[in-house]
Write a protein that binds this ligand. Sequence first.
Ligand code: GN1
Ligand code: MG
Length: 372
Amino acid sequence: MIEEFNTQGRENLVAIADQFAQVGKVIDTKAFGSGNINDTFLVTLDCSEQKNFVLQRINTQVFRQPKLIMQNMCTFTEHVREKLQSTSLNRRWEVPQVLLTKNKQDHWRDADGSFWRAISFIEDSQSFDTMHDRSHAPEIGYALGMFHNLISDLSPEKLADTLQGFHIAPLYLQQYDEVLATTKVRKTPEINYCLQFVSDRQTFAHILENAKAQGILPLRLMHGDPKINNVMFDTVTQQAVSVIDLDTVKPGLVHYDIGDCLRSGCNRAGEETENWDNVYFDTDLCQEILAGYLGVAKAFLTENDYAYIYDAIRLIAFELGLRFFADYLAGNVYFKVKHPEHNLARAIVQFKLTESIEFQETQIRQIIKDMK
Ligand code: GN1
Ligand code: MG
């Protein structure tokens, strides 16, 4: 998709970026980050007031109602801005802001009908695709706790459901079954491994949705995608200063977030490795991330919430593997890929990680218990 822009020419991109440049002139645009859904660019301005901003083309095949995303983002940022004003924090914390076009719109449609929007860049900060430094672990947990804390008093009905079915594992299973029923699946050792892996975990996939339906776990607001590279670190202090990527902030379970944060933070080899034998779940990092999280989140977690943390870690790793595998079987229609087997490789990483989580169930449950 990014190549498409190279052929379309940089000028087009500059012209689009210019729509959002309230101050200064656009001097550079470059592909940015490692997102799997939207196209993201870092725009540089010739202006000391605002040096950079993030420009994104929303994938409207995935996010069918992009205007709702912008609406949610505005509700969220407004709430958090007010809350931060009345909270005394002894450290840096920032919230990405929606930038308007010169016509005061929160998005721009180009001639092809593509949906573009701009978000402030958190200056002097950086993110990492894998755990780069052990001291980042409690910081990642703190960041998620801070994020949850800041929205814990915003009622879930205030935000729209921008991505129906997101993190509903039984639905992913259903979609997977549909793909399987309509696709001729090759039989390679890797594919067989994945087929068997999913087949062995059919009942388990319902665990969080059942708890939600029974009222054991309450519907809250969540981030939806708090993986390690969505946490920004101050380049000098190396403290977490922001959680970015607000597209999936919507009603859900905090457990999806806790699971996602841990499955991504505790996998030192990262999501993109093809050295599957190196993939494992690091329980020391798990302890440190959770300690950072609970330092902030203890205030709003209930006894039932604790009871499902282990299952959430296991489920979100499994679910992501299932999503990658189903997309591979469906012909790579959801996640961007660099080669045809990319989603299969990603699925195997998440399944290996799930295996490692399952193997260490007793230790992980003990870590959670000791921290209550
Ligand atoms: C997608 O696009 P990105 O990288 O922010 C996906 C997440 C996955 C993640 C895995 C809307 O996020 O759910 O966990 O890839 N986002 C959506 O890297 O499906
Ligand atoms: Mg995302």
